[in-house]
Design a protein around this ligand. Structure first.
Ligand SMILES: [Zn+2]
Length: 193
């Protein structure tokens, strides 16, 4: 799932203009960014679910990056770093956006998210498994990107004077955001995300 996470970042951007969009976009996917080297070294793994399609059709053993404690730690570190650059509010925003990745994953993942890193203690694995109903899950992602794109577009500073008939810089920025969000949903549908 890329699209839902990005949609949320776009929505947050509309409320925190001080924090740059790239930082929000990166934060919303930060757990998956950390997941890549773990996946490549085989520390964390993915296995396809039999009979499931490409979209959300995997059980993901991201036992470190996507453990509740691991995610909190990454969110805290990212928030602390961000606070040095964008102040207290910026730090809290970035931390919360990093953590939002885990919360959205909790909704869609099949029960594969551990509480402690490495699933220490063998505690129950978490995940509500919305991915088992791809149509419902995709609809939820679409809603997130629609709301995100709309909030982002409405937050762009209005140029003075009469509304321009031609597509101004705002229109282009809004369109670029919408295109990015739709493209990310397409990668999700293909099972890349
Ligand atoms: Zn993830």
């Amino acid at each position: 799932m890329f699209a839902g996470h990005f949609g949320l970042a776009a929505a947050v951007k509309s409320r925190t203009p001080k924090v740059p969009l790239w930082a929000l976009m990166l934060s919303t996917q930060l757990l998956d960014v950390f997941f890549v080297p773990f996946l490549l070294t085989g520390t964390e793994t993915m296995e396809p679910v039999e009979g499931a399609g490409a979209y959300g059709g995997s059980v993901i053993h991201a036992d470190y990056t996507h453990s509740l404690a691991g995610a909190l730690l990454i969110a805290l570190a990212a928030g602390w770093l961000a606070s040095r650059k964008w102040g207290r509010k910026g730090g809290w925003t970035i931390g919360a956006v990093v953590m939002s990745h885990w919360v959205l994953d909790l909704i869609v993942h099949r029960a594969d998210l551990p509480i402690l890193p490495g699933n220490a203690g063998g505690l129950p694995l978490l995940g509500f498994g919305l991915w088992r109903w791809p149509a419902a899950s995709m609809a939820a992602e679409l809603l997130l990107i629609a709301v995100g794109a709309a909030m982002y577009y409405r937050s762009l500073p209005k140029p003075p004077g009469k509304p321009a008939r031609r597509l101004g810089p705002n229109g282009w920025a809004g369109l670029a955001m919408a295109a990015l969000l739709v493209a990310s949903l397409a990668t999700d549908a293909l099972g890349i995300g």
